[in-house]
Design a protein around this ligand. Structure first.
Ligand code: HSE
Length: 401
């Protein structure tokens, strides 16, 4: 019998308990032993819940019980999750987490600690929910130099972008809809400002380059400035607006960014709609690969956590190596990277051409008294400098092919 403790009995934590029950016999077969939840840590009590008698309020109950070999962390946030996880690893327990904030901030340190203690720290559920992406990067795509990872890694904002495109609705209306559907949090800041995607691309980039990428170094723009008028322009260009988290290998290192992009129908992420996530990976020998599926939600995320439990059960006495050192990776300044830009401005076409040269003007149905145009490929810094000279810029969205 493998005894497990779950820290945090919210959506994901209760999902983990549910998955362990739904697929009990298959999980036991794969883990080569039965898996039993011995404790559930939460501040609250859960009268009437099947786990009622297993609820504990002090993490030390788990820490000090040598029977507990595997700990699941589904509390979210950096503290107190970090203190609890660190203590569990130091006590020689394996830990799996779905917590991207914890992994992005403390991943390298916790991986090193797990190695020192000959246990495992796994975090498949921290990016892409139920989509396998951490294990593929760590174990399957190891023959490659990964040259690009670009993903839609936030379900809430993808749902919002999809609804805005389908209904021509305004941002505030689809945000309310996303909250009513239970996708967006009451405080949706982390999703709509791109912070959630930023942490996820920081984790993926750290795994790709094997060093610590600080999420604070990644240029991040959310979707809050996208309006129904932008959607009209997107339709006129036969494109969709998607919040992308992207990381590319360039001559001097890696450049990473989170921002809305206008995608053409041929782009691999164009048809990723609603709450789905997808991650496109390009390797120098592999070529292209796509990982697509349920990127958020109770059971899909719990499925990834339980897969970690099974993996750890199979490696009870072995540390599975993860290449992610605490050495800081200095990212290349995004201002040196090149993009095409769609711009809406209150300016004349002559003014635009005098500044940007040869551009493509876009006419959108029902939009008047402004000009919309797409620049050629140019350096971010050059674009910024020219944009400053336009009288009134209404919005800017990057364009990719
Ligand atoms: N808020 C996140 C999302 C949850 O919408 O994708 C999964 O990390």
């Amino acid at each position: 019998m493998i005894k497990v403790a779950v820290m945090g009995y919210g959506t994901i934590g209760s999902g983990v308990v549910e998955v362990l029950n739904i697929n009990k016999s298959n999980i036991a077969k794969r883990a080569k032993d039965e898996v039993e939840v011995k404790y559930v840590l939460d501040l609250r009590d859960f009268p009437g819940d099947p786990m009622e008698k297993k609820i504990v309020h002090d993490y030390k109950t788990i820490l000090e019980d040598p029977e507990v070999e595997i700990v699941v962390e589904t509390m979210g946030g950096v503290e107190p999750a970090y203190t609890f996880v660190k203590a569990m690893l130091e006590a020689g327990k394996h830990v799996t987490t779905s917590n991207k904030a914890l992994v992005a901030a403390k991943g390298a340190e916790l991986i090193a600690l797990a190695k020192e203690k000959n246990v495992n720290f796994m975090f498949e559920a921290s990016v892409g929910g139920g989509i396998p992406i951490i294990r593929p990067l760590n174990s399957c795509l190891t023959a490659d130099e990964i040259e690009e990872i670009t993903g839609i890694v936030n379900g809430t904002t993808n749902y919002m972008m999809t609804k805005m495109a389908e209904q021509g609705a305004e941002f505030d209306d689809v945000l309310k809809d996303a909250q009513d559907m239970g996708y967006a949090e009451k405080d949706p800041t982390a999703d709509i400002e791109g912070y959630d995607s930023c942490r996820k691309i920081a984790i993926l980039t750290s795994l790709v380059c094997g060093q610590q990428v600080d999420y604070e170094d990644i240029h991040t723009e959310g979707i809050t400035k996208i309006t129904a008028t932008d959607i009209r322009y997107a339709k006129a260009m036969n494109r969709k607006i998607k919040l992308l988290a992207t990381s590319k290998k360039v001559e001097d290192g890696y450049v990473a960014m989170v921002a809305p992009f206008l995608l053409p129908p041929a782009h691999p992420l164009y048809n990723v709609n609603d709450v789905f996530n997808a991650i496109f990976v390009h390797g120098n020998v592999l070529g292209d690969a796509m990982f697509y599926g349920s990127g958020a939600g109770k059971l899909p995320t719990a499925s990834a956590v339980v897969a970690d439990i099974v993996d750890m059960a199979k490696h009870r006495n072995v540390n599975v190596a993860v290449e992610w050192s605490s050495k800081k990776m200095e990212l290349v300044d995004y201002k040196k990277s090149e993009n095409k830009f769609f711009v809406r401005a209150n300016a004349s076409k002559d003014e635009v051409e005098a500044l940007f040269g040869n551009v493509t003007f876009v006419e959108a149905e029902g939009v008047e008294n402004e000009v919309g145009f797409v620049t050629g490929v140019m350096k971010e810094a050059d674009f910024e400098a020219k944009k400053e000279q336009l009288a009134e810029v209404l919005n800017v969205i990057r364009v990719t092919d």
